[in-house]
Design a protein around this ligand. Structure first.
Ligand code: GUN
Ligand code: ZN
Length: 434
């Protein structure tokens, strides 16, 4: 048992609640077997649990672990490919690198760099877009298990339009998915996500085989409701037009997934920058969520995310870094860019307060990934997944944080000035990582 003493900020309510921010200036979290069993003052914590170690974290701000709902494992080395829209960027930057993951030593090295960057950025849970190669997925799951990351991921499948080495038949995709899901889904903190790259590179038959895998996996994991589903949607106008041509029978892009039985509350689609109203209605009805990835949307010039329309349709939204189109692994930076994007939309944008940004990077992600009973805030009963933000010596954040007017301002300053270099500690399930 360990007692952590810290300034604790979290958002245990719903996004947009007026009193969303819970701020405890000097709080003691008692952690036993990775779970927060008491949240109280230090004296009460020590009296109730005498003789246990007290870890003093008051030189920083303790936040819930960050939750990244969209990040690509194979793409860490292509971060920084500026100057191209989506389809050119895929051809010139992402896909050539993804082909290299066929080679075992490359996949090992990339997985190591990827996972260490993820956790050193304060991310404790992630929905990770995988590799096209089963062996690279075994490497990723093996290393994630060793580190202790709460990770949902799966083999990326495609059967057209990509470089030949990234293609498989629907039958082989189903077989490989069955094997990998059987090996990894529900093992410790790992879960499996059925992952067609996007409808542009997945035929109707491939999407159907994904639906078959998803249906077969439902209810088979230990204590779990089934496999997850993730892909991309409505990111870029040229992509959307091409999908329309390739699926003349589908009503729209969302329908290409829906008609294959892929959408449910265990589905997370990245981007959705250009949805129709009908598509939003279907996503809302199915309970499917959207991963908003602002730095990627800005970098590729994909557009401004119509968040208010998602909210009005009841579509849950959380944040993703979308590395390598995104500009880095630090989810706090995505929160700031999400805020800027909504400002640019003027009256059509969502009004986001600092506490909303914290919610988006933590509890919203936990909700979207079906983990809100376990993680996302630092309440009693939750896992101790936490990140300590301690401003780097000599940095602007260190200079200005003591002058924060109130707790909202503390969050605003962290989101404005923070970087992964200010992450001084990360815990997952009570264990320090990174
Ligand atoms: N659509 C299909 N693949 C990708 C990808 O790797 N990154 C992004 N941003 N969009 C995609
Ligand atoms: Zn992506």
């Amino acid at each position: 048992m360990t007692i952590y003493r810290a300034q604790v900020l979290d958002t245990p309510g719903e996004l947009g609640d007026p009193d969303a921010l819970r701020a405890d200036h000097d709080c003691a979290l008692v952690v036993e077997d990775g779970v927060i069993v008491a949240r109280t003052g230090l004296d009460a914590a020590v009296a109730g649990h005498p003789g246990h170690e007290v870890v003093d974290l008051r030189d920083g701000v303790l936040l819930p672990g960050l939750v990244d709902t969209h990040v690509h494992f194979p793409q860490i080395r292509v971060i920084g490919g500026l100057g191209m829209p989506l389809l050119e960027w895929l051809d010139q930057c992402a896909l050539p690198e993804e082909e290299r993951l066929a080679e075992a030593t490359h996949a090992q090295a990339v997985a190591e760099d990827f996972l260490s960057s993820v956790v050193r950025s304060g991310t404790t849970s992630a929905l990770v877009f995988g590799s096209h190669f089963p062996a690279a997925m075994d490497v990723l799951f093996t290393q994630a298990e060793r580190i202790g990351l709460r990770m949902t991921s799966g083999l990326v499948v495609s059967d057209r339009l990509l470089p030949e080495s990234l293609l498989v038949t629907p039958e082989r995709a189903l077989e490989a998915g069955r094997t990998l899901a059987g090996r990894w889904h529900g093992r410790g903190r790992l879960r499996y996500a059925v992952t067609p790259r996007f409808s542009l590179s997945a035929s109707q038959e491939m999407l159907r085989s994904c639906g078959e895998l998803l249906a077969a996996g439902a209810g088979t994991g230990p204590g779990d409701e089934g496999l997850w589903f993730t892909s991309h949607v409505n990111e870029n106008p040229a992509e959307i037009a091409a999908v329309r041509e390739l699926f003349p029978e589908a009503r729209d892009y969302v329908d290409t997934y829906d008609r294959a039985g892929l959408l449910s509350s265990r589905a997370v689609l990245a981007h959705d920058v250009h949805p129709t109203e009908e598509e939003l209605v279907i996503l809302g009805e199915r309970g499917a969520a959207v991963a908003h990835c602002p730095t990627s949307n800005f970098s590729l010039g994909s557009g401004l995310f119509p968040w208010r329309r998602h909210r009005d349709a009841g579509v849950p939204v959380a944040l993703g870094t979308d590395v390598g189109a995104g500009a880095g692994f630090f989810l706090v930076a995505e929160g700031l860019q999400a805020y800027f994007g909504q400002r640019l939309l003027g009256a059509e944008g969502l009004d986001l307060r600092p506490s909303d940004l914290l919610h988006l990077a933590t509890r919203s992600g936990a909700q979207v990934l079906g983990l809100a009973e376990e993680i996302g805030d630092l309440s009693v009963g939750r896992q101790f997944d936490a990140v300590l933000v301690r401003p780097q010596t000599g940095g602007t954040l260190e200079q200005v944080l003591p002058y924060a007017r109130d707790a909202q301002d503390v969050v605003a300053k962290i989101f404005s000035l923070g970087s992964a270099a200010d992450v001084a500690g990360v815990w997952i399930g009570g264990a320090p990582v990174g």
